[in-house]
Ligand binder design. Structure first.
Ligand SMILES: NC(=O)c1ccc[n+]([C@@H]2O[C@H](COP(=O)([O-])OP(=O)(O)OC[C@H]3O[C@@H](n4cnc5c(N)ncnc54)[C@H](O)[C@@H]3O)[C@@H](O)[C@H]2O)c1
Length: 266
């Protein structure tokens, strides 16, 4: 028999925001499967969180994650698509010395698309059928600020994240009325994690833990009907009741609020 506790998969949970969100969900009473390619980072999580070493760049990893979650918990209520790579992995000082569009190699492009776009899309693709069967579920995807998607030197990171954002908007549209939802959550600025490399004074950056209050709202009963939205953690006022904070920190997913014809008639 499946337990009455809800379960969550958090990718990229060995470090940074994924680590903070896995802890936050666990402390809120969720059974958490922490997925990452980095075993050393997974080893720093408390024993209450179940670790799974998986490389989400591999096509066989999605079934591996779903099977592990179902075997451990018997259900999947939440998917937090958070794993990602940044351009500092190619060039630590890339903020000062941008990687120009024409300098990016095809191999780099495929790697960013594979991990930052295909990863969250294909994992959602593998998880959502189980949520549809249960008639409930939350897919929460960490993309990036809309400005980062188009900024100078950001071909690899920006356009791979834009692909993930647009895919999650399509998922939200397809999920309407099913009880399963798709929303985006971003920190809203440079956040103090290894991903950003040499990005200046770390004491001025956002803390990874700012993701936790909006995440806990998104997995709560109060957010059961919240679908197709994007939330900025830096705008989340913890002093307000969560529903009010969500109003202030939320907007339509992707670029729907500036689209002239968001939904074409069929
Ligand atoms: N740090 C920022 O300023 C910032 C801003 C906006 C969005 N983001 C996004 O937030 C998310 C979390 O990043 P973070 O800043 O906490 O960085 P991080 O490097 O601390 O965490 C990312 C995690 O993803 C894991 N990962 C990478 N490739 C993987 C793979 N192939 N398979 C499994 N796991 C893999 C890494 O091992 C790492 O533990 C990312 O999607 C990132 O793009 C970060």
């Amino acid at each position: 028999m499946p337990s009455q506790r809800q379960s969550a998969i958090v990718t990229g949970a060995a470090s940074g925001m994924g680590h903070a969100m896995a802890l936050g969900l666990s402390q809120a009473g969720f059974d958490v499967l922490a997925v990452d390619v980095n075993q050393t980072g997974l080893d720093t999580l408390p024993a209450t969180i179940r670790p799974l070493r998986a490389d989400l760049a591999r096509p066989d990893s999605f079934a591996q994650v779903v099977d592990a979650a179902l075997a451990a918990f018997g259900r999947i209520d939440v998917l937090v698509n958070n794993a990602g790579i940044g351009q500092a992995s190619l060039k630590p000082d890339q903020r000062r010395s941008p990687i120009r569009f024409w300098e990016a190699t095809p191999e780099q492009w495929w790697r960013f698309i594979t991990i930052n776009a295909a990863g969250p899309i294909l994992l959602a693709n593998a998880v959502v059928p189980h949520m549809l069967k249960a008639g409930r579920g939350r897919v929460i995807t960490v993309t990036t600020s809309l400005g980062t998607m188009v900024r100078e030197g950001y071909l690899l990171y920006g356009s791979s994240k834009a692909a993930a954002e647009s895919a999650m908007a399509v998922l939200a549209a397809d999920l309407k009325g099913t009880g399963v939802t798709s929303n985006v959550l971003v920190p809203g600025g440079v956040t103090d994690t290894p991903l950003v490399g040499e990005a200046g004074d770390r004491s001025k950056m956002l803390r990874p833990e700012i993701m936790v209050p909006p995440l806990l709202y998104l997995v709560s009963n109060a957010a059961a009907a919240v679908n197709g939205r994007r939330f900025i953690a830096a705008d989340w006022k913890t002093t307000l009741p969560p529903v009010q904070a969500a109003k202030e920190a939320g907007a339509p997913i992707a670029w729907l609020d500036i689209a002239r014809m968001p939904i074409e008639p069929t």
